[in-house]
Write a protein that binds this ligand. Structure first.
Ligand code: ADP
Ligand code: MG
Length: 680
């Protein structure tokens, strides 16, 4: 059954075999039987005894062994939630927190949001009754603001610790401290089979509890030569696996929503063209912004005769277990933040993943039976080009947010905070400097009133500052919308392949002079005027679910305005005020047009306007950007035209009039002219 043309196939070569343990086949049974079949189950009593005996326990286990879904339930059954005490289980990713909580609620036969709930930024699905709380690590961090000793929690489980996200790393330091003066608090650090010795050392040699893994052998294949276009190569390889390999679902790792959507579209398109020549292929995406009903679909069993392909971000590496995966396709990339403390520039880059990551990905193929992993890179590249492990996020991100939070918790001496891996000194220093520039800290490094307010808002310091500044420019209504739209980032416009021209026209129709922030405002305002209609979204090539999320975020932020003493007010169409308020938050992110293109104002870095921007053709002289994304170039995304004089108005302490002078319009200084004459 070979229906693919020669040039449509990619040649893979087999590498070594990973050895795994034998296990009996899992059968579909009742929920309880499934629970009992998980690798962690035989260790239930032993694990509970270890937790009783030790304050801090490191738990290591293969992905899918039941750490996340089972251990909190064991603790619940054991009575750790008596007297209204709660159990927290943190996840680095929103999707994981939601999906796992839903699963556990189902296993316990309760309604999600009652005994079991989740809490993620801008979305709280918990109630007074909620004793098992799945939450993002960032949310637990914010809990410290209202409850510095976590007094209402009996157990804190920091899950997916190996991910080493910034928030998880900060949690380690804070929890270690709390544990010292709350001896009855239990701390569990759960991790895939990586790095556990480090965690143990950090927590004063806490014992490590190992859940023996079950893994079938996974055959690894590499490409013979590097692939120029990995997205295309992915699509081709999926079809190739589909037509040549025995039954079993496929898991593909891509780097983000845009890529995943593109790949899914390409796959569906080609399947449609091949028609009845191939068996049915269900194409399912999974990424952070995917609505939960769509997320749930990846867990549904594949109908007989069909094959499922799940196209995922690295969320599927260890956070979520999808049953039935036999084939893994790994292009070897992930999206990573990187930060240059010298320039203060943070960028999101598609980079090769680490070996540890590649091995986790391969492992996903061997959970239910012997599997195969196809790597879209060469064996040589694996050996020589991939780093051993991923650098912890704390060493490659800006720290403004976290420093502000720690300062609000009364931790002043950040240089001596108990970090698992300390951030670079310059990064910490720059965060302090930026917070000072934003007015959040005074010259002694102490939190100001404005800083305290900024910490109240669950957004980045620059965004908080922008919201606070909207009070002065009387435009909080508009600024809230801009803030909400910015936080659902880059998923507003819908651009189907077969209607590119229509979609682009629809987008251009929203353009307003001034730039992308005003375009976002315009989209939202028109949508609100339509009565938040989904039909309106459909007609205007706008993603309804992104808009619905923006509306949620906006409502939440609006609810916080009173706490930060900002009143509701509208600019009544005077967009200069809106632009000034944005500038008050983002004066750090400014660029000016020079003879050789855009340069950032302070650091003189070369940057470019993203082709999707409404200002791409206008090329205004001065602008600010929301974020910098490094793909083929350093692209500024969401840009706004500003006037240089505004920078002096909103940040006189940061800019000097002199550095904002325009070299083009500047006349030749008289003195030089005179010298010339004299010479002449
Ligand atoms: P670990 O945390 O050790 O990786 P989990 O507790 O996440 O393991 O997973 C245990 C089992 O629960 C796995 O077999 C997985 O397939 C199943 N599971 C987890 N979440 C869901 C879900 N949302 N829907 C269906 N099954 C799930
Ligand atoms: Mg887990």
């Amino acid at each position: 059954q070979l229906v693919l043309e020669e040039e449509e196939t990619i040649e893979f070569v087999r590498a070594t075999q990973l050895q795994g343990n034998e296990v009996s086949r899992r059968t579909k049974e009742s929920v309880q039987a499934v629970r009992r079949s998980l690798p962690v189950f035989p260790f239930r009593e032993e694990l509970l005894a270890a937790i009783a005996d030790h304050q801090v326990l490191i738990i290591e286990g293969e992905t899918g062994s039941g750490k996340t879904t089972q251990i909190p339930q064991y603790l619940f059954e054991e009575g750790y939630t008596k007297k209204g005490m709660k159990i927290a289980c943190t996840q680095p990713r929103r999707v994981a927190a939601m999906s796992v909580a839903a699963r556990v609620a189902r296993e316990m036969g309760v309604k999600l949001g009652n005994e079991v709930g989740y809490s993620i930024r801008f979305e709280d699905c918990t109630s007074e009754r909620t004793v098992l709380r799945y939450m993002t690590d960032g949310m637990l961090l914010r809990e410290f603001l209202s409850e510095p000793d976590l007094a209402s929690y009996s157990v804190v489980m920091v899950d997916e610790a190996h991910e080493r996200t910034l928030h998880t790393d900060i949690l380690f330091g804070l929890i270690k401290d709390v544990a010292r003066f709350r001896p009855e608090l239990k701390v569990l650090v759960a991790s895939a089979t990586l790095d556990t010795a480090r965690f143990s050392t950090f927590f004063d040699d806490a014992p490590v509890f190992r859940i023996p893994g079950r893994r079938f052998p996974v055959d690894i294949f590499y490409t013979k030569a590097p692939e120029a276009d990995y997205l295309e190569a992915c699509v081709v390889s999926v079809l190739q696996i589909h037509v040549t390999q025995p039954p079993g679902d496929i898991l593909v790792f891509l780097t983000g929503q845009e890529e995943i959507e593109a790949a899914c579209e390409m796959l569906q398109d080609r399947c449609r063209r091949l028609g009845s020549k191939i068996r049915e292929l269900l194409v399912l995406p999974i990424y952070a912004n995917l609505p939960s009903d769509m997320q749930a679909r990846i867990f549904q069993p594949t109908p007989p005769g069909a094959r499922k392909v799940v196209v995922a971000t690295n969320i599927a590496e260890t956070s979520l277990t999808i049953e039935g995966i036999i084939y893994v396709l790994d292009p070897g990339f992930c999206k990573q933040k990187s930060y240059n403390p010298r320039t203060g520039m943070e960028s999101l880059t598609v980079t090769p993943c680490s070996k540890a990551s590649a091995n986790q990905r391969a492992g996903r193929a061997g959970r239910v039976a012997a599997g195969k992993c196809f790597r879209l890179y060469t064996a040589w590249a694996y050996q020589h080009e991939l780093e051993e492990t991923t650098v912890p996020e704390i060493q490659r991100t800006s720290l403004g947010n976290v420093v502000l939070l720690l300062k609000s918790l009364g931790i002043h001496d950040l240089m001596h905070f108990d970090f698992l891996d300390p951030p670079p000194y310059e990064t910490l220093l720059l965060a302090l400097e930026q917070l000072y520039a934003l007015g959040a800290l005074n010259h002694l490094g102490e939190l100001t009133t404005s800083g305290r307010k900024m910490a109240e808002l669950p957004v980045d310091p620059m965004l908080s500052k922008m919201i606070l500044a909207s009070e002065k420019y009387s435009c909080s209504e508009e600024i809230l919308t801009v803030a909400a739209m910015l936080s659902v980032n880059n998923s507003i416009f819908y651009r189907p392949k077969d209607k590119v021209v229509h979609a682009d026209n629809a987008r251009v129709n929203f353009f307003l002079p001034g730039g992308d922030h005003l375009v976002l405002l315009n989209v939202y305002t028109q949508w609100a005027e339509s009565g938040y209609s989904s039909q309106w979204c459909y007609e205007n090539f706008v993603q309804f679910r992104s808009m619905r999320r923006a509306r949620d975020v906006r409502e939440q932020l609006e609810g916080l305005l009173e706490r930060v003493e900002v009143g509701l007010s509208s600019c009544q169409g005077d967009y200069i005020r809106v632009r000034k308020a944005i500038t008050a938050g983002y004066f750090y992110h400014t660029a000016r047009l020079t003879r050789s293109g855009y340069r950032t104002v302070k650091q003189q870095q070369t940057v470019f306007i993203h082709p999707n921007s409404s200002l791409f053709e206008e090329q205004p002289r001065w602008l600010l950007y929301h974020e910098l994304v490094l793909t083929t170039k350093e692209f500024m995304r969401q840009v706004l035209e500003i006037e240089s004089s505004w920078l002096l108005e909103v940040a006189p302490h940061y800019y000097k009039a002199k550095e904002l002078e325009d070299p083009h319009s500047k006349k030749m200084p008289k003195k030089i002219g005179k010298t010339r004459e004299e010479l002449g």
